[in-house]
Ligand binder design. Structure first.
Ligand code: PEP
Ligand code: CO
Length: 440
């Protein structure tokens, strides 16, 4: 089947060797974990939970430290607390992390300083440096991506199970540059209320020490399943069920540029048993959505399929209702997730890719109002963020303008919300979610 967006590897033998090596490596996740995520997501389909899927647009081989992993985790945990506390709904935390190394591109080449170069396709494939040599696809990067995913996942497991994510630590997730801002202070107020609630429970005689939910969180990994050789090499037969699982992450999704019904990506994910996502852009018709549902979730298992809509702030209110109606008419249990980033990308006067916080928020609000109108559950949010104090997205609580984007613009691909913008968004989403009649 045609596989869109695959690199032109110059040396097929080296590619085959790298894939063969990957096929002998241990799985990164266990099939049973992926099944537990499916069952958590089924609760989000039923209106009893909310998915927060967040992380980098493209993880980087060069910007890879324990601190950046910790800081991304902190922001996601903070957002999840704001949503859980603000809306009283359990939040399923899924990172775009530990594997998000490959990027689809709208154009195969780009012009940098007057020179045409092959596009950067993520560190799993080539390097982002603006040099012809750096852009040559290198199969050894598949192995590096696997190793970096393994060590990232190891640290995430340590952080989330080993005390860092303990509710008693909630104050320490507020990073210095956030704490001084009004969103940081709002977060501190919630953290103090959580402290009081924990003390109250202890004073009532509840043994808070032995309640694991107070000391650990479940954190799941996800990425776009783009480079099929990599994903196939990590796909394993589960000995317990006899089913195939892509053990590169708990959840993988198919991107907007690779979701052709007769293409290799849709065929690949139709054969694995992980929970899966599929991006749905403004060109998708209700018929496309129905065919995706039939193909990817023929048995209508709730929690199997998330459709991640990225329609654009100005279009979501008109384009989303027919898609929801189509899936509903055939009784497909879709988890509807809003990606308010990818259809709201603009180019600044200085030529940088950016997004306006106001557009991101407008798409989220439109998504909530459509779901409310149709009595459908707004199941989750998919965003690109970083724990760093970057200047990549405009507006919202930040005070920089187009001329300041260059100050701390470190993304190798799309512009990400910084920690203050991400927490601000979480407060606004919590307000929207609180108004939803849950459990329909
Ligand atoms: C992405 O999620 O980074 C991405 C490329 O999204 P989409 O496929 O929706 O354009
Ligand atoms: Co992106």
């Amino acid at each position: 089947m045609p596989a869109a967006q695959q690199p032109e590897w110059p040396d097929r033998d080296r590619l085959k060797r790298a894939e063969a090596e990957l096929a002998t490596m241990p799985p990164l996740v266990f099939a049973g974990e992926a099944r537990r995520l499916s069952s958590a997501l089924s609760r989000a389909v039923e209106g009893r939970a909310f998915l927060l899927q967040a992380g980098d647009c493209a993880e980087s081989f060069t910007d890879f430290t324990a601190d950046t992993i910790r800081d991304r985790l902190k922001v996601i945990l903070q957002m999840a607390i704001v949503l859980t506390y603000g809306a009283g709904v359990p939040v399923i935390k899924v990172g775009r992390i530990a594997g998000q190394f490959a990027k689809p591109r709208s154009s195969a080449t780009e012009v940098v300083g007057g020179v045409e170069l092959d596009a950067f396709r993520g560190h799993m494939v080539n390097d982002d440096a603006p040099l012809a040599q750096a852009r040559v696809p290198d199969p050894s990067r598949l192995i590096t991506a696997y190793n970096q995913s393994a060590s990232t996942l190891n640290l995430l497991r340590a952080f989330t199970k080993g005390g860092f994510a303990d509710l008693a630590q909630v104050h320490s997730w507020n990073q210095q540059f956030v704490a001084a801002s009004s969103q940081g202070q709002r977060f501190e107020a919630i953290a103090s209320e959580i402290d009081r609630a924990l003390k109250f429970m202890a004073a009532c005689g509840i043994d808070t020490d032995t309640e694991a939910n107070l000391h650990q969180v479940e954190f799941w990994t996800s990425h776009e399943a783009l480079i099929l050789g990599y994903e196939e090499a990590l796909t394993r037969l589960d000995s317990l069920t006899g089913d195939y699982y892509d053990c590169s992450a708990h959840l993988v999704w198919v991107g907007e540029r690779t979701r052709q019904l007769d293409g290799a990506h849709i065929d690949f994910v139709s054969g694995i048993h992980n929970p899966i996502g599929c991006k749905v852009g403004p060109d998708a018709s209700p018929q496309d959505v129905l065919e995706l549902c039939d193909r990817l979730n023929p048995h209508r298992v709730p929690g199997r399929l998330a459709l991640i809509t990225r329609l654009g702030a100005s279009k979501v209110e008109t384009l989303l209702p027919p898609l929801i109606e189509a899936a509903r008419s055939e009784e497909h249990p879709v988890l509807w997730v809003c990606d308010p980033m990818h259809a709201n990308t603009i180019t600044s006067a200085g030529g940088r890719k950016t997004r306006r916080f106001e557009d991101v928020l407008a798409e989220v609000s439109g998504y909530f109002s459509v779901h409310r109108r149709l009595r459908s559950w707004p199941g989750g949010l998919h965003i690109e963020l970083t724990g760093d104090d970057v200047t990549e997205c405009l507006g919202g609580v930040t005070d920089f303008g187009e001329d300041d984007l260059h100050l701390r613009y470190t993304t190798t691909c799309d512009p990400r919300l910084n920690a203050r913008q991400a927490i601000d968004l979480a407060f606004q989403v919590a307000d929207l979610l609180r108004r939803e009649p849950a459990g329909q």
